[in-house]
Write a protein that binds this ligand. Structure first.
Ligand code: ADP
Ligand code: MG
Ligand code: MG
Length: 252
């Protein structure tokens, strides 16, 4: 589904990703771990097509297409979802309205008919039930005054509505409490399917206590330094990232 080959990316003239390769199959959950500043968020942002990231070498194939040739909206329509792709807070804009607009924009780009409010409401009810969520977040402004856990639930709800083929979750490096981690994990687990792949970017091993990834990658110094199973995350927790750094052969 996703094939990243020898990816080099610069941000503001500085090379951040230095030859990253990674392959993800449908149905799989891959975790990308790594120390602060390793380039984890850069990877997510490049996949989503955010501005400011210059790909200087390498390729990304998604579903047999050249992902780098697509605009961010085209990537979303093709089935790529990056959590955090929406503005943090939009006070005064009703969350339900916003979610319907996001879904309809995607449907339109795919040449599918837009959903009217009744159809959308029906879909919302279905997805709330799948995720065991209440509808309280829907009636508020977009992320307005949401706690960390509520933002995460809302994000997972967006994911459920948009039904991407590839969901990229960047958990950032700070401020996620245990409730937020569990909200992410429960959502991912509920939305796992043979057609969908997840790339879960996290600094924390403890998220992976709740989501059992098929594959764990460690990103260090702009490259995949190590790939393994869930046991790799546990080894990292025990030994720390310095352990990986010592094992990486420096570039000649
Ligand atoms: P991680 O998510 O692994 O902590 P990031 O991808 O956020 O790492 O950042 C990798 C490196 O790129 C860091 O050194 C960071 O300072 C730098 N960087 C990221 N985004 C920008 C930006 N917009 N401008 C300048 N430097 C950036
Ligand atoms: Mg960081
Ligand atoms: Mg980050």
């Amino acid at each position: 589904m996703l094939k990243i080959d020898n990816l080099h990316v610069s941000v503001a003239g500085k090379e951040i990703l230095k030859g990253l390769s990674l392959e993800l199959r449908p149905g799989q959950v891959h975790a990308v771990m790594g120390p602060n500043g390793a380039g984890k968020s850069t990877l997510g942002n490049v996949l989503a097509g955010r501005e400011g990231y210059e790909v200087t070498a390498g390729s990304i194939e998604f579903d047999g297409r050249d992902l780098l040739a697509l605009e961010p909206e085209e990537r979303a329509a093709a089935g790529v979802f990056l959590a955090f792709q929406y503005p943090v807070e939009i006070p005064g804009v009703n969350n339900t309205y916003f979610l319907r607009a996001a879904l309809n924009a995607q449907r339109k780009a795919r040449g599918e008919p837009e959903l009217d409010s009744m159809q959308f409401l029906k879909l919302v009810r279905e997805k709330l039930a799948v995720l065991h969520l209440k509808d309280e977040l829907l009636h508020r402004g977009v992320n307005e005054g949401f706690s960390g856990g509520e933002k995460k639930r809302n994000e997972i709800f967006q994911l459920a509505l948009l039904e991407p083929k590839l969901a990229i979750l960047d958990e950032t490096d700070s401020g996620l409490d245990i409730d937020a981690l569990k909200a992410v994990a429960d959502g991912v687990n509920a939305l796992r399917s043979p057609e969908r792949a997840f790339l879960v970017i996290t600094h924390y091993q403890r998220l992976l206590d709740y989501i059992r990834p098929d594959v764990v990658h460690v990103l260090a110094d702009g490259r995949i330094a190590e790939t393994g199973g869930p046991e790799l995350a546990l080894a990292l927790e025990q030994h720390g990232y310095a352990w990986i750094r010592e094992r990486v052969v420096p570039e000649a």
